[in-house]
Design a protein. Structure first.
Length: 238
């Protein structure tokens, strides 16, 4: 949403052999769509029906036609030139390539000390409860084979009857824990996070951290968050 100033940088560094780029627009009021189309002719524009990063990603995943899907932010914090690292992991047999700022070769110019400590605690909790070895649970630069979308079982992105659990910043934790429970092969890929180039982040440390904790509890024990409605299934009252 409103990433017109960042898109020339992001699209300008995309590998030229990418088959398709899906831009999910959250009702931008700037020139996001026009700038995207000018910088990548043929880009597919998808309008999200609800609000939130999770809903945007669900809409984008549904629109993808390729065998591999890479999720990347449009704010300039993630380097598109790293995409071949992720696809190489998939070529080597991984079903899910998990970006990590804390793997050897990764790093961050953006994460604060408070968020670093919070990320460590959430990693530890998840690794104990799910017997995983994530080093960066909440980072959103990931790639996966298209069949993983079924494993994610995300709520119907086009349903406008109201918000769903998974629509917000808890989305990374939700899909990470679900691929872990599915016991598919997960490889971590080192990634460097830059500061957002222009604009303001919508991330709120305590609010969104609490949503992550609720997601972990629900995915492990079945409580702590409302039931979401996977795409294609009828809506039920929460």
């Amino acid at each position: 949403m409103n990433e017109a100033r960042n898109l020339p940088h992001v699209l300008g560094h995309m590998p030229k052999d990418i088959d398709e780029i899906i831009l999910v627009d959250g009702n931008s009021v700037d020139d996001t769509i026009a700038v995207a189309e000018a910088n990548w002719p043929g880009i597919k524009i998808v309008k999200q029906a609800r609000r939130g990063k999770g809903n945007a990603l669900a809409a984008g995943f549904a629109a993808c036609t390729g065998d591999y899907i890479v999720m990347i932010d449009a704010d300039g914090s993630m380097d598109p030139r790293e995409i071949p690292r992720f696809t190489a992991a998939l070529d080597a047999g991984a079903a899910y390539a998990k970006g990590s700022r804390f793997a050897e070769g990764g790093g961050s110019d953006d994460i604060t000390a408070l968020r670093r400590v919070g990320n460590w605690g959430l990693n530890y909790m998840t690794n104990v409860l799910f017997r995983t070895s994530f080093s960066d649970l909440c980072y959103g630069y990931n790639a996966f084979r298209k069949e993983c979308v079924t494993i994610f079982a995300l709520p119907d992105h086009a349903d406008t009857s109201g918000p769903r659990w998974g629509d917000g910043f808890e989305i990374e934790t939700l899909i990470n824990t679900r691929v872990a429970k599915a016991q598919v092969r997960i490889d971590e890929v080192a990634s460097f996070e830059f500061r957002r180039m222009f604009g303001q982040s919508n991330l709120l440390t305590f609010r969104d951290g609490f949503r992550v904790v609720r997601t972990i509890m629900r995915e492990r024990f079945g409580f702590g968050a409302p039931h979401e409605v996977p795409a294609g299934q009828p809506t039920k009252a929460a």
